[in-house]
Design a protein around this ligand. Structure first.
Ligand SMILES: [Zn+2]
Ligand SMILES: [Zn+2]
Ligand SMILES: [Zn+2]
Ligand SMILES: [Zn+2]
Ligand SMILES: [Zn+2]
Ligand SMILES: [Zn+2]
Ligand SMILES: [Zn+2]
Length: 1757
């Protein structure tokens, strides 16, 4: 690529141009030019290609420096002259002046970025598309309202200040109109100086035209006239365009091949193409580019149409680039002045010479689908900043938009880009303004246009002209997906109904309705089904498309009804139109059918032959259903009663009206009865959606209403006979012996019929009883919602979101739930887990209707069970009688007659008659229950009428008298009442007894009422019930006795069970499966288990040194969880092991920037005080034989191998890394700790040497070892070495005190710690093996000490036993692990460790005391000393003396360490007060240190402050030491440490055998310690650290916490929305993710931020865990509101976020949009999980429980 080389230095060539160029001069030259456009074009022709044509980067450069240079050149050479020309003065001051004089309209107009939070008020927003930006929201009244929070998908703007968008509070504080705001009617152009206006017009038109020409330019090699570059080279770009067909991977792969780039470059190209819509992938001469093009085309054309690639001349690309910059510039300039904005609007919308649709904006819109993404985004943004912000031009633009609507939509349909980058998506900005929508409807006939466009795009029809979706191709499905956005536009137009109607509006709306009816007619009867008999259907027919359409239209249909309801004339006209559409659909209905005549119970009706089970039937009946909706409106608005003459009610044929809905309902019943099994799942899904909350409002519900409407216009007997006939049940009830169900030979048929009878009875119940639709019954919408909620809550208490899901939403996504919920339910707050629940208040139980129409069968039986249980608990009878229904509206009033008509009585009689026979097989319980319900309803109705009537005359209902009459011909048996009486005591009907009793009581009541009705008073039920009181009491008592007996029996069984469980492993299982939460709660368990508390004595306890109280000689008996055998823990016995989990940890880290150590060369002997990486060991406390465990683990391995061969899946644990699940509690483990016996009580007869004496002996021993080692290495026998203490034998090889099985386990655990801790392969010979074990011992104790401290728990006795066991075996194990290593190794470690305290010239590289964690040092020293001591065969010293002296030495060193790091600033204290002894000693020590360090330390006068520092600083060390020695020596802790409170310090000191004034340690050994302290201070490291300000750790080290989170979740969203990907230059990150440990924001789940870790590309989160959490991470995915746990590369899980809405629910995925607030308790819970090192285990459990989690590629997050 020769070209690029020379182009490189172009920018510097430009530099000279910069210097010589004057924007001002250029502008003044232009000002006087005759043809301004020509001048400007000439300028652009010269400069644009020179600035923006810079080689390979191709306009959108990669390097940001180049980009900056380009930007600067554009500004100085191209834009500045324009600004001078426009403003007539220096641009900066000119613009400032403009802005100052500007009187802006009070519109916010903030354009949303992707992921930015938006707010909408559920109470005040005109529709859900009205949103506020965060700033406006916070300054608005809606903050206090019920609001919804969502994240923007990008595009769209803040509606603050738009009075039409808000019912209340349209302005925030900032945008409240003030006096300085311009009146919206005033012309803002008038405020600008006239000459500027003139210049503005000409500049804007030149630039806008230039930009439009360039963006719509289609030639690749030519430029528009006047722009040809003076010197044209052979330089081309190979431009790759975006499409939505090819995947990222395909593009990347192709590019690597075509342009020979690296994968990284290809990824970057692909990312840019995806973002901007195009990207040049090659620069060079024409041939060179053409070649790349052909490779790309060839490679991508195989499966689909090829990627679009064009070879474009560099000057064309440069001008297109500048065109975009010019558009952005225009957008910026008009921000300064509303006047300029209007000028731009005028320029943009001015008609060109070509007339219609020739304005510049029209040209842009009409070419939208041809432009690339980046260009579209920029001009859309300009439209939003200009036209949409100017109310006058917004209207004009809207009209243009509406005029072009059909064309734009068609273009969009052909285009393959997402809708957000299509100009059609602007419809939301235009159509949702109610006045605008109305105007467009009236003037541009928008409603009709949208609907017609929509219908035109759905071309697939059947012979009858109906939509046909069942054989849809993928291409058609794709189109269908796109065409749906039109429905969205229609929704915007209809979303707010008009408060006032004009004749024009009526006309246009009805025209639209007519178009809509045409659409519905295409749907009526679509996708018909025919019952499949014999064979199963071969192919499941496609059904989803039809239902998608139905679902999308549901809101539209509802909204059209709402519009109709606001105007009587419209309603009447709409009803007429709908009816005529329906009769059109019906025209073919009874054709060719011979009428048949049915007769039953003395009634006769004509109908025609049709069977659902044999003929075609369709679920889609939108025309019928719309008519049903309008019919209800006629009733609700009382139009029907006021203008009966205008309604074509006479044209209605009720049997025809009910025909299709009835067929549909019968179809459901038959499917239920199993008659359609061979039709497959497609039908089952359709039936499901028919009833589903998303569709039912305009499907199932309307069908019921249509039946109600029909039935109310018909003779009830006729209605029922048609129903019976359509259910194909007529013959059963009509035959002469109907009361004795004839025996069907076929059992299946009987069963089917039974179900059908049940379904039919249910349907009758619904037709009569469902009155909670305003217009059917006399109710308000409020009652309807309340009834839904009552019935949902009758099933069980529910969370808010569950209730929302169960209720249908309206166009505003409101269910009305909030208005009602508090009146019927009480709210129970959630705890740390679970969610808040609403519980139905008991007083609402009486409204429960078992046959509530929205219950599924499952819901119904659950609700029934719950209600019966409730009644039993309250000691009530279990009858569930129908509730009292609301009265019907007059139009539906005759419905009640169904209940008492002869046909129904005949049916009831028949079923009751069947029920007399216990095992007839011809009836079912449900059937009987439904009949009883119907009887109950009839009785209630009669009772109501009696109660409400003043006399006997207006009572039309006489059910009681009818059921007393014996059955009429043809049946001859007894009356319904008689049957009921005889059934009352039938033993096989025990469950129904209560209900029958209730019915009989009702009958008696009504009789009494009728008898009394001559007199005035009426009797109510409750009074009537009073008489039965005694019967009831008796009943109650009996029930109670039975309940009591049942309880006793239950208790007995429980007792037996628990007895048995004691012997069962499963009991333990449950016990230990308790999650980590209970760690803190199990104090009592631990207290029982830890022996110390029981043997408390008044003798002061000492845990270290020769005075220590003996670790118990107790025998330890443990049980193996695998074989259940008991075993004593002995050094020579069979090894017992504890399942354990070892992991790296950074929980205590004070320095997260430290790099992970190099595993091969890391020297872990000295732990740095920043504790940046530790090894933590945990255990579930379950003990096994080593052999049992080995066998178990081998089995696990084997199983895993087999499984991998079979299905290559993952497991939640990694067997190859030694992971397994505890066989009992399934706790994640990766090793085992062997159990070792307690240490023996020290031999008190041996003398305790003084510190001085001990130091002397030890130095001699060390010296002896030194020389021995040297001898070994050099082979040189030195003469008399240093004096070897008596009895000390350097060549002694101590006997291994452990059996081989224990030794083996010691190696096992050692290797695990080594492997995990250093991330290396096992190597038993490595000298670092013992160090890592000591390290995990120290680190684990330290982390537990911190937890106990921060949770204010006592040091001892509060740990759960599993942790207690773990620490105790870990510590004892650590003290013995040296036996597995070579003796010299341990000696060397001890010598090096000791040299940190007692400097030793023979040891090199000893760190200074500021760089050592003293607790780790103590633990290492104590644990390594045993190996040295084992060589001392004199028997004159005990190991305990050494421990004590080491403790003292380390403590003093720690005190010095604390003092050195304690102060930086002096706090002036009261100088007068006389310090205590402690304070004085502290001062003394401090001054000694200052002396040694020559005042590197500041002067401190206050001993009090220093002493306080010491006391606080040393406490964690002492506590950790106490824990350590407690577990090492099994010494019982003193009583004071088993509780929290005063006296801790003294108890601690005495337990550790330390003086309570710690300074005495130093004071009493002054002469001995002084030189040591001097040498500590003289270590060069100390001075370096102190002077360099490098003190990173001060004492006490503060405990780490998770980062602080904001209370309001939207703050986080806002933060995340401004977060840009750190790698791809200012791009918004798609999945911003917050590290909860360190607070870093990451660009997760994205190609751009993948990093290579150990040779594998991983996502930003996984990569981050390796630097921040040693492989373990806790994150918050901000857009999803989800906590993410990651461990290693393959494991992870999601965890509920600590944010809850007001209903106590999380919103994972941010779907509901309720405001979220931080729940501190839940966040603390996550924090505790982290600090307890429990995250890995939570992941393990989650993956075990949910296998889909295992398959997720966690490393890519
Ligand atoms: Zn705003
Ligand atoms: Zn505002
Ligand atoms: Zn509000
Ligand atoms: Zn065992
Ligand atoms: Zn376990
Ligand atoms: Zn982090
Ligand atoms: Zn990124």
């Amino acid at each position: 690529m020769a070209a690029s080389q020379s182009e490189r230095d172009l920018p510097s060539a430009l530099c000279s141009e910069f210097l010589n160029f004057s924007a001002k001069d250029t502008a003044s030259r232009w000002l006087v030019a005759a043809d301004l456009q020509q001048e400007v074009y000439r300028h652009l022709a010269v400069y644009v290609p020179r600035i923006l044509c810079q080689g390979p980067s191709g306009g959108s450069s990669n390097s940001s420096r180049e980009e900056q240079r380009e930007e600067l050149a554009c500004q100085l050479l191209l834009l500045a002259p324009l600004e001078w020309l426009l403003l007539g003065e220096e641009p900066a001051s000119g613009l400032a002046l403009l802005q100052e004089k500007n009187q802006p309209s009070p519109l916010c107009g903030h354009v949303f970025k992707v992921g930015e939070p938006t707010y909408s008020c559920r109470e005040c927003a005109a529709d859900p598309t009205c949103v506020l930006c965060m700033q406006c929201f916070l300054g608005s009244v809606h903050k206090e309202h019920r609001y919804r929070m969502t994240t923007s998908g990008g595009g769209g703007f803040c509606d603050c200040g738009d009075a039409e968008a808000w019912k209340k509070g349209p302005y925030c504080q900032k945008h409240t109109p003030t006096a300085s705001n311009r009146d919206t009617e005033e012309d803002p152009v008038a405020q600008l100086p006239a000459d500027m206006v003139a210049r503005g017009y000409s500049i804007f038109s030149i630039i806008l035209k230039y930009a439009v020409d360039m963006l719509t330019w289609e030639q690749e090699d030519q430029l528009p006239a006047g722009l040809e570059p003076p010197d044209r080279g052979d330089t081309y770009y190979c431009m790759l365009f975006n499409d939505e067909v090819h995947t990222y991977e395909q593009v990347i792969y192709t590019l690597q091949k075509a342009v020979n780039c690296s994968q990284k470059e290809a990824v970057s190209f692909a990312t840019t193409v995806d973002r901007d819509g195009r990207k040049s992938v090659r620069y060079g001469d024409f041939q060179f580019c053409e070649q790349a093009k052909s490779v790309i085309v060839r490679n991508t054309s195989r499966q689909s149409k090829p990627l679009r690639v064009e070879v474009m001349h560099s000057s064309v690309v440069a001008h297109q680039c500048f065109a975009l910059k010019a558009l952005s510039w225009l957008g910026q300039v008009i921000q300064y002045s509303d006047g300029l904005r209007r000028i731009l609007c005028q320029v943009g919308l001015q008609r060109g010479p070509e007339g219609e649709n020739s304005s510049l904006v029209d040209q842009l819109m009409l070419n939208d689908s041809k432009m690339w993404k980046g260009a579209r985004n920029i001009y859309h943004q300009l439209l939003m900043n200009s036209l949409l912000m100017d109310l006058k031009y917004k209207k004009i633009f809207a009209i243009q938009f509406a005029k072009n609507y059909r064309r734009l939509q068609t273009d969009f349909m052909e285009d393959d880009h997402e809708r957000v980058v299509s100009v059609t998506s602007l419809s939301v900005q235009l159509f949702t303004v109610p006045t605008m929508a109305r105007m467009l409807m009236v003037e541009e006939n928008l409603m009709t246009t949208i609907i017609r466009t929509f219908v035109d795009h759905l071309r697939h029809r059947d012979l009858q002209g109906r939509f046909q979706f069942d054989r849809y191709t993928a291409q058609q499905a794709f189109k269908f997906g796109r065409v749906q956005s039109l429905i969205g536009d229609l929704k915007y137009v209809l979303i707010s109904r008009p408060s006032e109607w004009t004749d024009q509006l009526r006309l246009k709306f009805l025209e639209g309705l007519e178009a809509f009816l045409e659409l519905l007619k295409c749907m009526q009867g679509m996708d018909p089904v025919v019952r499949q008999v014999g064979q199963h259907i071969e192919m499941e027919p496609e059904w989803e498309a039809a239902f998608t359409l139905q679902m999308k239209l549901t809101h539209i249909i509802s909204m059209i009804q709402e519009w109709c309801s606001t105007d009587e004339r419209v309603l009447i006209e709409a009803y007429r139109k709908c009816l005529s559409a329906l009769s059109h659909c019906h025209s073919s209905l009874p054709d060719g059918e011979q009428p048949i005549s049915l007769s039953l119970a003395g009634h006769c009706v004509e109908t025609f032959r049709y069977q659902v089970s044999q003929d075609k039937v369709s679920i889609h009946l939108p025309v019928c259903r719309l008519l049903a909706g309008l019919h209800v409106l006629l009733s609700r608005t009382e139009v029907a009663s006021r203008f009966p003459e205008q309604l074509p009610l006479g044209e209605l044929s009720p049997p025809l009206l009910i025909e299709l809905p009835l067929r549909c309902l019968v179809l459901c019943a038959q499917v239920h009865a199993g008659m359609w099994r061979r039709n497959g799942f497609s039908l089952i899904n359709q039936i499901y959606y028919y009833h589903n909350v998303k569709c039912r409002v305009e499907m199932f519900d309307k069908d019921i209403i249509m039946l109600q409407a029909g039935a109310s216009m018909m003779d009830p007997n006729h209605f029922l006979m048609i129903v019976l006939s359509r259910f194909e049940l007529f013959h059963i009830f009509s035959s002469a012996d109907c009361r004795k169900r004839y025996r069907e030979a076929n059992k299946d048929v009987v069963q089917q019929q039974n179900t059908l009878i049940e379904e039919m009875l249910h349907l009758i119940i619904m037709v009569v009883c469902e009155r909670y639709v305003s217009g059917v019954g006399q109710v308000e919408p409020f009652d309807e919602v309340r009834r839904e909620i009552i019935h949902q809550l009758s099933i069980r208490p529910m969370a808010h979101s569950e209730l929302v899901k169960a209720l249908p939403e309206n166009g505003n996504k409101e269910t009305g739930l909030e208005r009602v919920i508090d009146s019927v339910a009480s709210f129970k707050k959630p705890g740390v887990t679970g969610r808040g629940l609403y519980e139905l208040r008991p007083e609402w139980n009486k409204h429960f209707n078992l046959y509530f129409h929205h219950y599924s069968r499952a819901d119904q039986s659950k609700a029934e069970e719950a209600q019966r249980k409730l009644r039993r608990q309250n000691g009530e009878d279990t009858a569930l009688p129908p509730p009292v229904p609301p009265p019907l509206c007059p139009l539906f009033a005759s419905l009640v007659n169904l209940l008492q008509c002869d046909v129904l009585l005949a049916v009831e009689g028949a079923v009751l008659q069947w029920a007399v026979e216990p095992s007839g097989g011809g009836w079912t319980e449900s059937m009987l229950q439904r009949v009883l319900h119907l009887v109950g309803m009839a009785l209630l109705e009669e009772h109501q009428q009696l109660e409400n009537s003043s006399g006997d005359d207006d009572i039309t209902f006489s059910y009681t008298s009818k059921i007393t009459r014996p059955g009429e011909a043809p049946s001859t048996s007894g009356s319904v009442l008689a049957l009921l009486e005889s059934l009352q005591n039938a033993p096989h009907l025990e469950i129904h007894k209560d209900m029958i009793t209730w019915i009989l009581k009702m009958v008696a009541n009504i009789k009494t009422m009728r008898e009394r009705s001559s007199s005035i008073s009426t009797v109510t039920i409750s009074q009537g019930q009073g008489k039965e009181e005694t019967v009831r009491d008796k009943d109650k008592a009996e029930r109670k006795r039975k309940a009591e007996m049942a309880r006793l029996r239950r208790e007995k069984i429980m007792a037996q069970m628990s007895e048995m469980q004691k012997h069962f492993i499963n009991e333990n299982k449950e016990l230990f499966q308790q999650s980590l939460e209970e760690l803190e709660a199990s104090t009592s368990a631990a207290a029982e288990n830890s022996p110390p508390s029981m043997e408390l004595s008044c003798v002061s306890q000492v845990c270290v040194g020769p005075r220590r109280v003996g670790g118990a000689e107790r025998r330890q008996l443990v049980t193996c969880i695998l074989c259940q055998e008991e075993q004593e823990v002995r050094g020579h016995g069979r090894a017992m092991v504890l399942a354990a989990f070892v992991q790296r940890s950074t929980v205590l880290s004070k320095n997260r920037r430290r790099n992970l150590p190099n595993p091969e060369h890391h020297d872990p002997l000295f732990m740095h005080p920043d504790l940046s990486l530790g090894i933590h060991t945990a255990s579930c406390g379950h003990i096994m034989h080593a052999t049992c465990w080995q066998r178990y683990f081998e089995a696990v391995q084997l199983k895993e191998q087999r499984r991998q061969q079979r299905l290559r899946g993952h497991t939640s644990y990694d067997v190859e890394n030694g992971e397994f699940l505890c066989p009992l509690c399934e706790c994640l483990s990766n090793t085992v700790i062997p159990l070792l016996p307690h240490t023996h009580t020290p031999d008190h007869s041996v003398d305790h040497p003084s510190l001085e004496a001990w130091l002397k002996t030890t130095s001699q021993q060390v010296a002896a070892l030194h020389s021995a080692h040297r001898k070994q290495i050099d082979g040189v026998a030195e003469g008399a070495g240093p004096g070897v203490p008596e009895g000390f034998r350097v060549d002694f090889i101590p006997q291994n005190p452990f059996s081989s099985s224990i030794s083996e386990m010691i190696t096992t655990f050692s290797m695990s710690t080594y492997k995990v801790g250093l991330k290396v392969n096992p190597n038993e010979q490595d000298q670092r093996v013992p160090v890592l074990i000591w390290s995990t011992c120290a680190y684990t104790i330290q982390s537990i000490e911190r937890l106990l401290m921060d949770e204010e728990k006592p040091l001892f006795g509060s740990l759960p036993c599993r942790q207690d066991d773990c620490l105790s075996s870990l510590t004892r194990f650590s003290s013995a692990c040296w036996t597995a290593a070579t003796v010299t190794t341990t000696h060397t470690h001890f010598i090096r460790l000791l040299s940190a305290l007692v400097p030793d010239s023979q040891v090199e590289n000893t760190p200074c005391i500021l760089d050592i964690d003293m607790f780790h040092l103590l633990v290492y020293c104590v644990l390594s000393y045993s190996s040295v001591h084992s060589l001392d065969q004199s028997g004159r010293s005990v190991v305990d003396s050494a421990h004590l002296h080491l403790l003292h030495l380390v403590t003093v060193a720690h005190l010095v360490q604390i003092l050195l790091t304690s102060t930086t600033e002096e706090v002036c204290m009261d100088q007068d007060s006389v310090g205590s002894e402690e304070e004085e000693l502290t001062c003394q020590l401090y001054n000694t240190l200052r002396k040694h360090l020559n005042s590197v330390l500041p002067e401190v006068t206050s001993g009090w402050q220093l002493f306080r520092c010491i006391k606080v600083g040393v406490l964690p060390f002492l506590r950790a030491a106490a824990l350590f020695f407690h577990y090492l020596n099994s010494t019982a802790p003193p009583a004071d440490l088993l509780v929290t409170g005063p006296g801790q310090w003294e108890a601690l000191c005495s337990y550790l055998s330390l003086p309570s004034n710690l300074l005495q340690l130093y004071q009493s050994q002054h002469t001995l310690l002084e030189p040591l302290i001097h040498r500590w201070c003289c270590h060069p490291g100390v001075r370096q650290t102190l002077q360099g300000g490098g003190v990173s750790v001060r004492y006490p080290r503060e405990s780490n916490q998770l980062i602080e989170l904001p209370e309001d979740y939207s703050v986080l969203i806002n933060q995340a929305s401004s977060f840009t990907c750190p790698r791809s230059g200012g791009d918004k990150s798609r999945a911003p993710t917050l590290c909860l440990v360190c607070g870093s924001m990451l660009c997760s789940q994205s190609y751009c931020c993948q990093t290579e870790v150990d040779g594998e590309d991983v996502g930003a989160c996984t990569a981050h865990t390796f630097t921040c959490g040693a492989g373990l991470g806790l994150f918050l995915r901000v857009r999803e509101s989800q906590v993410l746990f990651v461990a290693g590369k393959t494991k992870g899980c999601f965890y509920p976020p600590p944010y809850l809405d007001d209903y106590g629910e999380t919103d994972q995925g941010l779907k509901r949009g309720n405001p979220l607030h931080l729940c501190v308790d839940r966040y603390r819970k996550i924090e505790r999980l982290w600090r307890q090192h429990g995250v890995a285990e939570v992941i393990g459990h989650a993956q075990e429980a949910n296998q889909t989690l295992v398959a997720i590629d966690w490393q890519h997050l």
